[in-house]
Structure formats: structure tokens, C-alpha cells
Design a protein around this ligand. Sequence first.
Ligand code: NAI
Ligand code: MG
Length: 367
Amino acid sequence: MTNPSLLILAGDGIGPEVMTEVRKIIDWFGAKRDITFDVSEDLVGGAAYDVHGTPLHDDTMAKAQEVDAVLLGAVGGPQYDDLDFSVKPERGLLRLRKEMDLYSNLRPAQCFDALADFSSLKTDIVSGLDIMIVRELTSGVYFGEPRGIFEEGNERVGINTQRYTESEIERGARSAFELAMRRNKKLCSMEKANVMESGILWREVVTEVSKDYPEVELSHMYADNGAMQLVRAPKQFDVIYTDNLFGDILSDCAAMLTGSLGMLPSASLGAPMANGRPKAMYEPVHGSAPDIAGQGKANPTACILSFAMALRYSFDLGEEADRLEAAIEKVLADGVRTADLLQADGEVPVSTSEMGDAIVAALDASL
Ligand code: NAI
Ligand code: MG
């Protein structure tokens, strides 16, 4: 059997810094668990633009299509702000998502006990929280046509179009229901069927798909109410399925229930490949954090947790994913904190690299 393959695209800013720590984890699995990945590395975002004049070279795109999983750091930075829209670093990321057809974006909001009082909400509202937002990722208002800035009479008009086909809604819904089956069999679908036709269709299609999953308890909620409920009583949810735009906002909102951006992983899944595994890209939720880049301050945990999701969803190594998450839990319980996780005066932060080392040590201790 060939080794599972992984393409690492570290990107810009803190991307390469956090990815260095993921490499330590990957090396640990090779050395201590005899789990070896064929790892290749390439450029994305500004780093790719600097070399190739494009945020994603065609060769890199082709490679991404072939591997079992892509692990991406982050893209972007102020030095690229004035670039033409078509070559902005973010376009590299959008192209990967679009051409790999990664239609299902999984964003867990999970509260690590050691960080429960780090949330902006009261501890009892978030402790034990473990929810998953499934965001449709390849369609909706970020892609719909017509779009653009047009002249209309003597002023300009900016236009974007929310557009969803039944099949787009359905395939995302299936992945959300599949996930719900593996979790607590509870799914809440969010749209605005009260004011948007795309929302009416969304609700109809999700209801239709639910007939194939009679064990899953399905509810519907308007997305604005969903935002309120997420901060009022988040534990009422398990899996949430929503569209690209609402999912972008709701998942950022849910993210803050659990503390720092530096803790948040994500997975983007597509259709099954020939080997039965979904096409997949894993990446931390955070961006390139130019304000702390190059200073050894970044929390590598979000990227390491993204790798844990890869172990679980692309490599059928759920127990090893559990082991890695438990190691992170232990490190946090031991009081190891990067700067973004400091709470009290006098706490001394560890560096990016020290955090990675602490997680490796906790992995060692798990054997
Ligand atoms: P950001 O996520 O890069 O940073 C927001 C704040 O969180 C900053 O104060 C940053 O220092 C902090 N932060 C983020 N990740 C952290 C980590 N791992 N450890 C400790 N602190 C962390 O978002 P921002 O500032 O809005 O965007 C910066 C650049 O990143 C922009 O060019 C933006 O376009 C890009 N971006 C890229 C994303 C991606 O690659 N998926 C996602 C979001 C933004
Ligand atoms: Mg966002």
C-alpha cells in the first residue's frame, strides 16, 4: 500500500510558522506510530505571486487535485493589498476551493475545558460546547452572476447575486446529514426563507433530503435568529447547515464562543475520490496575522487541529486524531499558553515553537 499523500501549502505571514509545528507532529507520527505520509510542499497566495505572478500556479493546482489531502496555512498580507483583484492572494484559496469542488466546509466550535473561562460568554454557557457548522462553500452570493460594479444612470451600482441550484443545496445537505449521523443526530438548517427565494428552495431541498435520514432530528431557523441563539444558548445545537455567506458569519461568531482564533481548525470536503475518500483541504480559520508574523508569537494549535481533522476525515485515523486532540487538551490543562491565550497578569507566554514542542511531548506521554 502506498503512503497517504499530503500537499502542504504554508502560504503567507504566520502560515509558514505554524506549518513548521505541524511538520513536527507529522514527523512524530512517522517516528513513533509508524504512520508515514508522502508530504510535498508548494506555494500559495502572496508567496506564489512573488515567484510566479499568480497566487496559485497551474502545477500546484494539478498537484492539489491528486493528493489525498491539502493542508493550507494562510494567505494574504498588506504588501498585496494594491494588487489587482484577479491576482490577490485570496484568489489562490478560492481557486483551490472552486476547482477541487470543496462544497462542504466543516467548522467545529469546541470548547477546551482549560479555556472555558476564556470565552466572551459565561463559562456555564460554553463549557462542554461541541458543535459543527457545515457551510456551503462553492456557491451562493460569493460566486453568483451577475456580479460587478456597473454604471446605472449617473451613479454606480454594486451587484452580487445569491444563486443556489437544488443539487448544490442537496450535496451539502447530504454531507451535513452524514455528519449528524456520526454525531448526535441533530441538525439545524439556517437560511432566510422569510425574505429570500434561495432560502425557500434551501428549506424545501433540506426537508426532502431529511427523508433519507429519518433518525436525524431536523429543525429550521432563520439565520438572524440563529446568530442570536448561538450567543444565547449555543449548546442547543449540534450540526448546523447553512449557506456560504451566512456560514461565513455564523461560523466566525461561533468561533468566538471558544476563545482565540488561534485554536480554530476547519475542513473543506468535496465529492468522494476513486479511493472513496472525499477530496479535502484542511486549514486553520485564521488568516496570515501580519501584526504578529515573524515574531514567534503565533499559536500553531489551529493548524495542528486542522491536521487532526485530516487524520480523521481523510486518513481514517480517528483514534490518532483523538490522541492528538487529547495531547492539546493536556498541554492547555498544564497551563501552556501562547500569547493569544493569556488571561491573567503575570502569565508568561510560550513561543510558537515551544507550543509545538509541548504538544509533541504530550504525544510522547500518550504512548
Ligand atoms: P487574521 O486571522 O490574520 O488575524 C486577526 C487577529 O487574530 C490578529 O490580531 C492576529 O494577530 C490574531 N491571530 C490570528 N491567528 C492567530 C494565531 N494563530 N495565533 C495568535 N493570534 C492569531 O485576520 P486579519 O487580520 O483580518 O487578516 C490578515 C490577512 O489574512 C489579510 O490579508 C486577510 O485577507 C488574510 N486572511 C486570510 C485567510 C486565509 O488564508 N484563510 C482568512 C482570513 C484572513
Ligand atoms: Mg470569515
